[in-house]
Design a protein around this ligand. Structure first.
Ligand code: 1CP
Length: 347
């Protein structure tokens, strides 16, 4: 029973493992010199995400330094719209830029029949990382992921990040039929995409709903909770036991309802969530993940240690996975990650 012994999978399955397993959102990336070097060789970001040897190498880089309990596939939530045929590029310093989808004609140009071909190299990366872990880090588990439909739709409609996604949020009110078609297409293709990652070797799956907190409660239920629940049902039909992590960022007081109604076994807390409030209000059988401030990791030292310890103290006895409340930011000094790992390992 190799799987059950991996601490991350035990915690994600509801066991209060202590010291808690950890991994960090965006643990691969620009704060690591070895990433920057490889990125410069790869050319653009999409080329890197679709080059299995390079993407697998980048996925494993942080584990070699810090021995995390989990590796997260190196890819991006926007690779799914790209696989659906939406044009996408990553502009230096600007983040992702897509051809916006604002009407039925633009929506009709998406082509779900192309997805399998376009995601093939990403699945090949999953398989390579999994065998890399078997060789190099047999106790670490591989996390596959996708964006949640609402967050991905935000980028698809807006065409870019960096703002408040006004066009996307307005479309949800003014043309819910079209917005609903985008969401349903994403639900179906995300189920297919995540099941394919599991088939290729992913041992847990995470859904990033980074912009869910922009929605007021009724909209949050309709566009974040319901589509996530549909994805969970679709995955459970085929893989009843694979651990699922949901990250409805900035959900605030709606976090317990998200946890209870989507069916995910683990919810990730964002930076602003009070871990004690989450322990008291998220149903007990659900594992919690999070949520140190990425800026505390930049700062390091005693302030960082105090943050990490207060989260550990709140979580002791609860099924828990230590993580940040959002992704690592590029100015993070790599040695601060090593210091954090030591604090977590002391429990
Ligand atoms: O130039 C570069 O190197 C590109 C920077 C970069 C990286 C390293 C982007 C562009 N994406 C990624 C990798 C990535 N993205 C991972 C890899 C695994 C890991 O965590 O180590 C993951 C899980 C994501 C997920 C992702 N992409 C999210 C959800 C999590 C979050 O941060 O909220 C979102 C919203 C994106 C969109 C995206 N892709 C890239 C950028 C800069 C952005 C954000 C754009 C914005 O500000 O709106």
């Amino acid at each position: 029973m190799e799987l059950v012994q991996k601490p991350l999978l035990r915690a994600l399955s509801g066991e209060a493992v202590w010291p808690p397993p950890f991994w960090l959102m965006r643990q691969a990336g620009r704060y690591l010199p070895e990433y920057r070097q490889l990125r410069a060789q790869a050319g653009d970001f999409i080329a890197l995400c679709t080059s299995p040897a390079l993407a697998a190498e980048v996925t494993l880089q942080p584990l070699r330094r810090y021995g995390m309990d989990g590796a997260i596939l190196f890819s991006d939530i926007l690779m799914l719209p790209w696989a659906l045929g939406q044009s996408l590029r990553y502009a230096e310093g600007e983040g992702p830029l897509l051809e916006p989808i604002r009407d039925a004609e633009a929506f009709a140009r998406l082509d779900p029949s192309g997805v399998a071909n376009r995601i093939a190299p990403i699945l090949e990366t999953v398989t390579r990382v999994r065998s890399g872990l078997d060789q190099e880090a047999p106790k670490a588990a591989l996390i596959g992921f996708a964006g949640s439909p609402f967050t991905v739709a935000c980028y698809m409609v807006e065409g870019r990040g960096g703002g408040e996604f006004a066009h996307a949020r307005r479309m949800a009110y003014s043309d819910p039929a079209l917005f609903g078609r985008i969401i349903r297409l994403l639900v179906d293709s995300t189920i297919e995409y995540l099941l394919a990652q599991a088939e290729a070797g992913a041992e847990a799956l995470m859904l990033f709903d980074s912009w869910a907190g922009l929605l007021p409660p009724i909209q949050f239920r309709r566009w974040s909770i319901d589509p996530t629940a549909a994805i969970v049902r679709g995955i459970r039909k085929v893989r009843p036991d694979i651990p699922l992590i949901g990250f409805p960022r900035l959900a605030g007081p709606l976090l317990p309802e998200y946890a209870a109604r989507t069916g995910v076994g683990t919810v990730a807390m964002d930076t602003g969530m009070d871990p004690r409030w989450a322990v008291a209000n998220v149903p007990e059988g659900i594992t919690l993940q999070g949520n140190m401030d990425p800026q505390a990791l930049v700062s390091g030292g005693d302030a960082m240690e105090a943050e990490a310890r207060s989260i550990l103290a709140a979580m002791r006895g609860r099924p828990f996975v230590f993580n940040l409340g959002h992704g690592i930011v590029p100015p993070t000094p790599p040695e601060h990650v090593a210091a954090l790992a030591r604090v977590i390992r002391m429990g």
